[in-house]
Design a protein around this ligand. Structure first.
Ligand code: GTP
Ligand code: MG
Length: 455
């Protein structure tokens, strides 16, 4: 996948497809003003090519071939290097109908612009040094953010918060690398070993700190799957409905009511979660129910968090104990359901007996404990990063920082000459990450291919 050519003038519809109050066609490149000159007639009569930057100019879009007015529009002017791409940029704001926008775009290409590919404006912003690669990806994340926590993260990335952290890490590694080189060059000067350790530790601490936010970042970006599991009649469907605030799943006193699984999106204190109600798990002769039970186990296995419901109004059964054993403790939250009814067992004793974390008492009927349950779910999904302002959300960033961590850990343990090699690799990886170092063309092409056209 080669990168698109630079230096020509590109055009694209920047607004989402469909009908809207306003639509935007964007031009970037050296010929932007010349292209616009041929299709936009300012009411003032001023020539477009002579317009200063930072203007909003009212006028008409005209098809010169037929002299037809296509639409009335506003033209926004930017001049290199003070624009998104760093090039001459113009934005035409028209009425937001697909036919209008299509026609304006056709006029742009008829007058010398080329249709932009996905992310090409942002690619140019990166290549002109307006954004680093991490910021460019934050633009993509911001556009794609589906939850407020995802948006917040992307905005932080765009604001250089991550770039600055990476810069500090890079500074420390560069310093250590320089000191080690000095030892090679002037072995008699005797730079004390301890001088390397402090910045190396600091860099490693920062890398580890960032990586510790990856789980939360992934959850914020893509959402988490929460599986509600338990024996038939434990109250799973009732709890799902209580979490949602409306009746989504059928509830009945007949065990085995839910036979297939059922998903519903729910916001848990700002964290986007897909809650999955499953069939009650038991041995059953009924083929349909049995396949539901199988599905439930599989869903629990692959969920980010399993909510195991134990009916507090009936004694614990062997099936309950078996379920605890099937799930990894790190991804298990145990709920004593129906807490409004007289208890048949003690949550604290059950916690000890089952060897699980705190057992939360919840009633779907009265809402008791629901707030604490949401807190606990949030804590389990993003808690480890709660204190950090910035979460890693991007898989490329996570993979690169994991590689940097490995290099630094090896450098720490290695003699100087080998440490230097690992530090070199760490710096190279950081350079690829920010895009300030050498980045493979394929990497760039891959990143920008995920953008929409017009961004
Ligand atoms: N008192 C009380 N009853 C509850 C509560 N939650 C559920 N129930 C009752 O328990 C029964 C089973 O509830 P469901 O939500 O259908 O249970 P389930 O775990 O989805 O059951 P299956 O789909 O059969 O696996 C129903 O009669 C509910 O009204 C609760 O918090 N308090
Ligand atoms: Mg059910």
């Amino acid at each position: 996948m080669p990168l698109p050519p630079l230096g020509d003038t590109i055009a694209a519809i920047a607004t989402a497809p469909g009908v809207g109050a306003v639509g935007i066609v964007r031009l970037s490149g050296p010929e932007s003003y010349a292209v616009a000159e041929r299709l936009f007639a300012p009411r003032s009569g001023a020539p477009v090519a002579a317009l200063p930057p930072g203007r909003v100019v009212y006028g008409r879009i005209v098809d010169a071939a037929t002299d037809e007015t296509v639409d009335e529009a506003l033209l926004l002017t930017f001049r290199a290097p003070h624009s998104y791409t760093g090039e001459d940029v113009l934005e035409l704001q028209t009425h937001g109908g697909p036919a209008v926008l299509r026609r304006v775009l056709d006029l742009c290409t008829a007058h010398g612009a080329r249709l932009a590919g996905p992310g090409e404006f942002t690619l140019r912003a990166f290549l002109s040094g307006r954004l680093d690669l991490v910021q460019a990806e934050a633009v993509l994340d911001l556009v794609n953010a589906q939850s407020d926590s995802a948006r917040r993260n992307a905005a932080l990335g765009l604001s250089k918060a991550l770039t600055e952290q990476l810069g500090l890490i890079q500074d420390d590694i560069t310093r250590v690398y320089g000191d080690i080189q000095a030892v090679f060059d002037y072995p008699d000067e005797g730079v004390p070993e301890a001088a390397f350790q402090a910045p190396l530790e600091r860099a490693l601490g920062r890398v580890r700190g960032l990586l510790s936010t990856a789980r939360a970042g992934r959850v914020a970006q893509r959402g988490a799957r929460l599986a509600l599991i338990g024996r038939p009649n434990a109250g799973k469907s009732s709890l799902l409905n209580a979490l949602l605030g409306y009746r989504r799943s059928i509830v009945s006193s007949t065990p085995g009511t839910t036979r297939d699984y059922l998903e519903a999106p729910v916001d848990i204190l700002g964290v986007p979660v897909t809650a999955v109600d499953t069939a009650g798990i038991r041995d059953t002769g009924d083929a349909v129910e049995a396949s539901g039970v199988e599905a439930a186990k599989e869903i629990a296995e692959h969920a980010d968090l399993g909510l195991l419901l134990l009916d507090s109004s009936t004694p614990l059964a062997p099936d309950d104990r078996a379920l605890v054993g099937e799930l990894s403790p790190a991804r298990l939250l145990v709920v004593a359901s129906k807490s409004d009814l007289p208890p048949a067992w003690d949550p604290c004793a059950a916690q000890r007996e089952l060897g699980v974390g705190p057992v939360l008492r919840v009633s779907a009927a009265t809402g008791e404990g629901l707030g604490a349950l949401k807190e606990a779910i949030r804590e389990r999904l993003v808690g480890d990063a709660g204190g950090s302002a910035l979460w890693l959300t991007n898989e490329r960033h996570i993979a690169a920082l994991e590689a940097v961590r490995e290099h630094l850990e090896r450098a720490k343990a290695a003699p100087d000459d080998l440490a230097a090699l690992d530090l070199e690799d760490a710096l190279k990886t950081l350079g690829e990450l920010t895009g300030r170092g050498e980045v493979a063309e394929e990497t760039l092409a891959h990143i920008f291919a995920n953008f929409c056209v017009g961004k």
